[in-house]
Design a protein around this ligand. Structure first.
Ligand SMILES: Nc1ncnc2c1ncn2[C@@H]1O[C@H](COP(=O)(O)OP(=O)(O)OP(=O)(O)O)[C@@H](O)[C@H]1O
Ligand SMILES: [Mg+2]
Length: 241
């Protein structure tokens, strides 16, 4: 579904990504973890086209999209949510999702009713009861679900979630985990999940990649990665080397 091939990003004196290579298979939740400032959001920005890498490539279903604008990547099946929540604050929950469903209808051949689509998605993420509330009255945990529903409205085949569990209580976080597993269950989409909630990411991911200071220091099955000395060192703040 996704291949990231030797991607490099530099911000002035900071090398934010150093030769990052990873992939996400079809129908899987893949976790991307690492300490603060490791480069996770920067990598999401490279994958979605908001940040241009100085070297390396991004391939979606085998097609090189490195030079493609973000909205064109969205049409190729890429969706995302944001670490710093980005919602249309004066609109209702339903209108936020409707905006994305209408945008999709404007470029796709899908003639499903956008209002119906928005309500179906809100039911799926558990927000149907509050669909007519303005989003600026909602707590963070619910806003994260609004963003997930809005991202789903473009019918992504790869969904990038940047800390969807942040601001969620235990019950909400468990429900989010169940939702992520359900979303990939039919094999038609994949999720790349950036998440600091280790319990959540371990439970739902079939594979993990660990970033530290812009480099991938470990990749593999969750249990295996958790035992990796370099990963433990990175999280304890000591040098992985
Ligand atoms: N636009 C920018 N200009 C300059 N430096 C940046 C920019 N964006 C990110 N950085 C730097 O690049 C590095 C990686 O940042 P990034 O936000 O990708 O990390 P992260 O893994 O998402 O961290 P967190 O877990 O805190 O969200 C950090 O050193 C950060 O300060
Ligand atoms: Mg980040």
């Amino acid at each position: 579904m996704l291949q990231v091939d030797r991607v490099e990003v530099r911000f002035g004196g900071v090398q934010a990504l150093k030769g990052v290579t990873l992939d996400v298979p079809e129908g899987a939740v893949v976790g991307l973890i690492g300490p603060n400032g490791a480069g996770k959001t920067t990598l999401f920005n490279v994958i979605t086209g908001l940040e241009r890498p100085s070297a390396g490539r991004v391939l979606l279903s085998g097609e090189d999209v490195t030079g493609l604008a973000p909205h064109l990547r969205a049409r190729k099946g890429l969706g995302r949510t944001f670490q710093r929540i980005e919602v249309f604050s004066s609109l209702t929950v339903h209108e936020n999702v409707l905006a994305a469903a209408e945008a999709r209808r404007s470029w796709s051949r899908d003639d499903a009713d956008p209002g119906r689509t928005a309500s179906d998605l809100l039911e799926r993420v558990g927000l149907l009861e509050i669909e007519h509330e303005r989003v600026d009255r909602l707590p963070t945990g619910l806003l994260r679900l609004v963003e997930v529903a809005r991202a789903l409205a473009s019918q992504p085949r790869l969904l990038l979630l940047d800390e969807p569990g942040s601001g969620l209580d235990t019950t909400e976080s468990e429900a989010l985990g169940d939702l992520l597993v359900e979303l990939v269950a039919d094999g038609s989409r994949s999720i790349l999940l950036v998440e600091h909630d280790v319990e959540l990411v371990m439970r739902v991911s079939s594979h993990l990649h660990v970033l530290d200071f812009g480099a991938i220091i470990a990749s593999g099955a969750p249990e295996q990665v958790q035992q990796d000395p370099a990963v433990q060192a990175a999280y304890l703040g000591t040098s992985a080397a």
